[in-house]
Design a protein around this ligand. Structure first.
Ligand code: NAD
Length: 320
């Protein structure tokens, strides 16, 4: 966002005991750091906190004010935005752990708790329930778009919230993203994210198996791409993130599978999908299989590679 586009005084929830629009931003890692920078650039008063001193230092170098404790960041905030590794981290932060006061007890009444982490649907609903029971409001808004999208402010937010809370958070989400979708009530944002990523994980495996089969059958990559990309095999895994070099010059396959979307994150998201499949009793077969395949891929060296690198596993394990 250019200076000219920046609102002079961003409107956000205005709450008693809290500075209008003030945001406590907890979790200043690969995603949270640049997201917080975009909020600051747009004029939001942000106070950041992270458990890692290096993340705090990097945030300060990018102009983000920081606090020494989570409670210090939350004091006076109208919004508590979290971007944490897992649901366990979130629930511990909300409830507090031995010697650490919980954020829900620390925050001013009616604070808006906005969680952008990717976590289990059940955990998102539990976190929202705890926040509401403590007299606050809750929104789950996981993202897609990766670190590049976080830096560019082009993330997609999938939002689970009551309609009035969705309206409150939309202006600040639009600062960090280019697409904001209201998916339903608490937990619906996480549900949409894992359903989408389950499609993606399964379809990338299918596309990769098809390319390796094509190789065995003497098809060139380009020939298979030219047919499938304009036929019923068409999908994002093929036409944008094509797992072989050549047909889509910008895909990670052309740069030795540098991510992109790392195998570790696909393995994580498929595990969340697997948990949801189990808790809902869906008779799914490909989702669990994809979770197992990406778990192995991540454990065997693919964690830091783009998830389309799964094709090299399939090729290596195929009979020659
Ligand atoms: P990260 O590990 O780089 O950052 C997480 C940060 O949270 C760390 O700096 C950690 O120290 C901090 N943290 C943990 N507990 C804390 C607490 N109680 N208080 C304050 N800080 C705390 O992870 P990331 O890549 O930024 O991902 C964050 C979330 O976004 C994850 O849920 C991930 O699945 C999701 N996500 C990541 C990507 C990606 O491309 N990296 C894409 C989409 C979604």
């Amino acid at each position: 966002m250019s200076e000219a586009q920046q609102p002079e005084s961003p409107s956000g929830p205005v709450l008693s005991g809290a500075q209008p629009g003030a945001i406590a931003f907890l979790g200043l890692g690969h995603m949270g750091g640049p997201m917080a920078v975009n909020l600051v650039k747009a004029g939001y008063p942000v106070t950041g906190f992270d458990l890692m001193p290096a993340a705090l230092e990097a945030a300060r170098a990018h102009g983000i004010a920081t606090a020494d404790t989570a409670a210090g960041a939350v004091a006076g905030a109208a919004v508590v935005l979290t971007m944490l590794p897992s649901g366990r981290h979130l629930l511990d932060a909300y409830r507090g752990t031995a010697g650490q006061p919980g954020l829900l007890a620390t925050a001013a009444p009616d604070t808006l708790f906005l969680d952008c982490s990717t976590i289990n649907v059940d955990e998102a609903r539990e976190a929202a329930g705890l926040a509401v029971a403590a007299g606050h409001r809750a929104v789950d808004a996981p993202v897609s778009g990766g670190v590049v999208g976080a830096e560019a402010g082009t993330l997609t937010f999938m939002v689970g919230a009551r309609p009035e809370d969705f309206e409150s958070v939309t202006p600040m989400l639009e600062v960090m993203g280019k697409r904001v979708v209201h998916c339903g009530e608490h937990g619906a944002g996480q549900a949409a994210k894992i359903c989408n990523n389950m499609i993606l994980g399964v379809s990338m495996i299918a596309v990769s198996e098809a390319f390796v089969l094509g190789e065995k059958l003497g098809l060139t990559h380009q020939a298979l791409f030219d047919v499938a990309s304009a036929a019923s095999g068409q999908c994002w895994a093929l036409t944008t993130n094509c797992p072989v070099p050549g047909p889509v010059p910008a895909s990670p396959a052309n740069r030795d599978y540098q991510p992109g979307f790392a195998g570790a994150l696909m393995a994580k998201d498929l595990k969340l999908a697997l948990n949801a499949l189990e808790s809902t009793g869906v008779a799914a077969r490909l989702g669990p299989l994809a979770a197992e395949i990406y778990d192995t891929f991540a454990a065997e060296g693919g964690a830091g590679r783009d998830f389309s690198g799964i094709i090299t596993d399939i090729r290596d394990k195929s009979a020659h």
